[in-house]
Design a protein around this ligand. Sequence first.
Ligand SMILES: Cc1ncc(COP(=O)(O)O)c(C=O)c1O
Length: 489
Amino acid sequence: MKLLDKTSSAFLYQQIIAFIENQQKTGALSPGDKLPSLRKLSGQFEISVPTVKQAYIELERQGRVCARPQSGYYLTAQQARTLKPRPAKWSSCAPATVKCRSMIEQVHEAMHMPDTIALGISNPVQANPPDKALARLMRSVLSRVAEKAVSYGPVNGDAKLRLQLACRYQDQAVAVNPDEIVMTNGAQEALSIALQCVAKRGDVIAVESPCFFGIIELIETLGMQALEVYTCTEDGVCVERLSQALAQHPIKACVFSTAINNPLGSMNTDSQRQAIVTLLEQHNIPLIEDDVYSELYFGDKKPKPAQLYSTKGLVMTCSSFSKTAAPGYRLGWLLPGKYEEKAKRVKRALSCSTPMLQQWTLNEYIQSGDYDRHLSVLRKKLIYNCERMRAFIADHFPPEVCISKPHGGSVLWVRCQSHVNTSEFFHEALEQGVSFAPGVIFSPSGKYGNYMRISFGVQWSTQVEEALKTLGKLVCIHTQQQLGKEEGL
Ligand SMILES: Cc1ncc(COP(=O)(O)O)c(C=O)c1O
């Protein structure tokens, strides 16, 4: 390898930057790749480690690389156009009676279509499936439990697993009594129980805008109304807008994901989360925190649970193992706050108990330490996929398209030009073997028609790249067609 020119007027660290740029140009380094270690480059070029570090810090300052604690420096998707927070003129909403649209059904169906690259469903576990380890544990559990495997379990679930969960909250300074936890059939059932504890038909429920379509469907099923609250692309629910909404509407409860929203990937800071909880408790309004993604954070530490800031017991946390280990196990839980008694009653009425075999298996998985080791690998793979997919979309979609820069999770929120209707080419995409989630399903009032949600919870492959190219072509064609129509061509 050519050594650096120590007589040149360019500083050595600048030459290192030029070297990295060249590696990128020649394709030796791609977005998401790890840069050579400081020690390696220092040895290769016979320069000091601090000089290489200076180059990396400068690249980081320019947003071209990102440092990951205890891992190293990674190339970011420099060319991706990041979605900016929406302008202040975002029109506020009135509570809307939700109408379940068939598009949600179609997005779900597409998940099971053969020969389709499913970029429409958020399934982060696919990036690093722990199926073999879990299957081994389940076989071992099954060989020990005999007839108990086919019996009813306690209404609030397996005591050992609840204890494990309580300890995990304890690690984050949240005092949770294991007896109050209610194990549920996925987070979706936890959300349903929580809503039924605090609201009834016709009540207004505040949700983030955009928000996960499962919440919208649930609100519809329960006959409640949804009120969208402005949510910033990167920073999550806006406390000021929430305060305004509280003054204007009879909000009965809020369902938010302040620690990683789906589809934005936004995250409120811990202090904002505290401000939200304090504000809501001042108004005696329960917060149902949909917390399924908080283990999949991309920063250096896990966001603090909303429960930590509750003083009145009005925060109810819903979570599950669906995004971290096994969506098919349908295993979630609810921290019911002060609604413990009612939550257990609703759980009994809804489904009596949660399958035990899955709970015993997950308990052993956590106890062995394998769950945390798996999470650490999963997070790394998702960060890598995220950068790669942002770069790929930037390269293969029209230049006006903007892409979210998520703080975690497994989806990108992609904005096409305002005249594009992404639902219009959903079926064309399916015919060409790729699914995505059209933006309109993330809003009870039908906003976001020109957005699409694309999942990076995948095993990266050439098929995924081809699927993204297909979507890029469809966006190009529809952008042009629509422009043509508007110009009367
Ligand atoms: C934000 C959010 N909440 C809840 C759920 C439902 O989770 P579960 O599969 O555990 O019911 C999902 C699943 O996609 C989700 O994205």
